[in-house]
Write a protein that binds this ligand. Structure first.
Ligand code: OGA
Ligand code: MN
Length: 302
């Protein structure tokens, strides 16, 4: 097994292991140690069936199944698989939610530990994904800022694709389930290191007004995504990337010709409980919704 670092901040490519077949304990332990050390791992040039993608993912932990409202737009045979495509259709009504810096499902009270994204089809140029190291983002703050952030919570609001508007009750319930207060400084449950747990899903800081929150939110997002903390992944078909949602953020770069197809498939691994429920006002726009509306308009016009 070879490990090649992808950037100074984070990421490593693993080669010399065939992830299509069950791995022995020793090999998996090495992969898992690399996952904790580099936070993002790349396996390149391995065509995986959906079953193989799911089987490999399962080695990292229990798989988070899609909620009903999402599952019906995906492959009914595989509740484990989130199908992502830029082709605007019922299957991916909310994919533009990925075009902000985020960590997956941080708007829920059991945010996933990891995601495994497989590239099925990618336009000739563009459509990269960027990742940032949130340990470094935390560690490079001043002690004064670290003290100030200690104990604060951000209100994370999920993308609109899990909103169930089939009845007023379900709408209210799915809106509530789509937001959570998360500690801004999170202790990684496995490495014990502190990381910023943040992103552009954060609409407000708990117990702060919107005006008070905004400068700090803007600063933290800008700081956490400085170029020297970031790895930018240029996809090839049959790449599989796994990232640690507890200490990284990522963003989909929508810079490509949207008449070309970009298709990805994701398996998500369950994490440990984090944060608490937030029942505050629901009067903000769901992140990505404006972009989604603009994109729909552009599609209709072209
Ligand atoms: C995701 C995600 C980014 C991309 O699958 O969680 O944010 O570039 N994807 O597709
Ligand atoms: Mn994501």
């Amino acid at each position: 097994m070879q490990i090649r670092r992808l950037s100074y901040a984070l990421g490593a490519e693993i080669s010399g292991v065939d992830i299509r077949n069950p791995l022995d304990d020793k090999t998996f332990k090495e992969i898992h140690a690399a996952f904790l050390k580099y936070s993002v791992l790349l396996f390149r040039g391995t065509p995986l069936t959906r079953e193989q993608h799911i089987a490999f993912s399962r080695m990292f932990g229990e798989i988070r199944k899609l909620p009903e409202v999402q599952h019906k737009h995906n492959d009914p045979k595989y509740p484990e698989l989130l199908l992502l495509t830029n082709q605007f259709n019922a299957r991916s009504p909310g994919y533009t939610a990925n075009e902000i810096w985020h960590t997956d499902k941080s708007s829920t009270l059991v945010p996933p530990m990891a995601s495994l994204l497989r590239c099925v089809e990618i336009p000739h140029v563009g459509g990269d994904t960027m990742f940032t190291n949130c340990y470094l983002a935390y560690e490079t703050l001043t002690d004064a800022m670290k003290r100030m952030l200690d104990g604060l919570h951000g209100i994370h609001v999920g993308g609109g694709n899990v909103i169930d508007d089939s009845s007023p009750e379900r709408l209210a319930e799915s809106m509530r389930a789509n937001q959570a207060a998360q500690p801004i400084v999170r202790v990684h449950p496995e490495t014990g290191r502190k990381a910023l747990f943040f992103g552009e899903k954060v609409r407000q800081l708990e117990a702060f007004t919107t005006e008070e929150s905004k400068p700090l939110i803007d600063f933290l997002c800008q700081h956490a995504t400085r170029a020297q903390f970031v790895y930018r992944h240029v996809w090839q078909e049959d790449d599989l990337l796994i990232w640690d949602n507890r200490c990284t953020m990522h963003i989909a770069v929508n810079d490509y010709d949207n008449s070309k197809t970009r298709r990805m498939e994701r398996v998500t691994i369950k994490g440990t409980p984090c944060g608490h429920a937030y029942d505050g006002p629901l009067d903000y726009a769901v992140p990505g919704s404006e972009l989604k509306a603009r994109f729909a308009k552009q599609r209709a016009a072209s």
